[in-house]
Design a protein around this ligand. Structure first.
Ligand code: G
Ligand code: G
Ligand code: MN
Ligand code: NA
Length: 254
């Protein structure tokens, strides 16, 4: 069977699952958020990377039901952690272009929040730059509605897309996520270091919060801390984990 048709059944067959990666505040040193990352456990193919199947899901439109499942499952999981007595964490969910352009996106998100009972202030939606600048006025409109609901919006992979600083000012954005490609060689490559510095300064000048992705070493962490980066995320703290393993991580931090 082609990957595409297998993906079609994956959701029904319960082959899709979510991993969760902690986001750590550099101000408090505590876990304050979690990014939701989808995985596909296929019986014959094994673990299929989202880098491989998300583009197919986008092309076929399967991303719409899949994305809705991700959103619902992540919100429910977040609430389950709160019910277990852990401090409330913001839960970040990646939105792809196709989802963002759905006429009923705001309605879908509203329904999921109503159904799960999650406080919208704890939901963060990650958007990419290219997705936002495709139809500026429409994007601002949708983002403004989500923002008005209390949902937090962040720009994922920041610096790799079309960064128009003019648009950035007009979008109701809360956080810039520095792409991991800049963090990777931060310590050895002065260009990358300069870019990271610039993104942190830019974010703070615009009153935005900034999180660095792909942090794998103490040296990277030290650098980011010195430069005033607000949050970090990466293998240095934890890989993306299944829900039960993430629960253990929260338990250890208690
Ligand atoms: O976790 P990993 O590095 O394998 O993710 C690869 C890519 O897949 C990343 O760009 C990530 O943003 C994307 N991705 C992971 N989970 C989701 C999801 O639930 N929805 C969408 N649209 N993209 C996701
Ligand atoms: O596009 P997005 O930023 O959502 O994708 C995040 C991707 O980065 C996920 O696939 C996730 O598994 C991966 N990731 C998370 N932390 C690290 C890290 O420290 N190093 C590397 N190389 N990848 C990471
Ligand atoms: Mn992301
Ligand atoms: Na990213």
């Amino acid at each position: 069977l082609a990957l595409e048709s297998e993906l079609y059944y994956a959701l029904d067959r319960g082959e899709l699952l979510l991993h969760y990666q902690p986001q750590v505040s550099l101000h408090s040193g505590r876990i304050i958020g979690v990014e939701t990352l989808i995985r596909w456990q296929n019986p014959t193919r094994g673990l299929v990377s989202p880098a491989k199947f998300i583009p197919i899901a986008e092309e076929t439109g399967l991303i719409v039901p899949i994305g809705e499942w991700v959103l619902r499952t992540a919100c429910a999981q977040s609430l389950a952690w709160q019910a277990q007595g852990f401090p409330a964490l913001k839960i970040a969910v990646n939105l792809s272009a196709r989802q963002f352009k759905q006429q009923n996106l705001v309605e879908t998100v509203t329904q999921v929040l109503d159904a799960t009972g999650l406080d919208p202030n704890y939901l963060e939606l990650e958007l990419t730059e290219s997705l936002m600048v495709d139809n500026i006025q429409q994007s601002i409109n949708v983002m403004q509605q989500l923002h008005n609901m209390g949902i937090v919006l962040s720009v994922d992979d920041f610096g790799t897309g079309y960064s128009s600083l003019n648009y950035l000012k007009r979008f109701p954005i809360h956080t810039l996520k520095i792409d991991q490609s800049f963090v990777c060689d931060l310590v050895v490559n002065s260009d990358d270091a300069a870019i990271v510095d610039a993104i942190i300064s830019l974010a703070h000048s615009l009153n935005l919060s900034v999180i660095a992705e792909g942090v794998e070493s103490q040296e990277q962490l030290d650098y980011l801390q010195t430069k005033g980066c607000d949050e970090v995320q990466g293998y240095y703290f934890s890989r993306p984990l299944p829900a039960n393993t993430f629960t253990q991580l929260l338990q250890e931090g208690k």
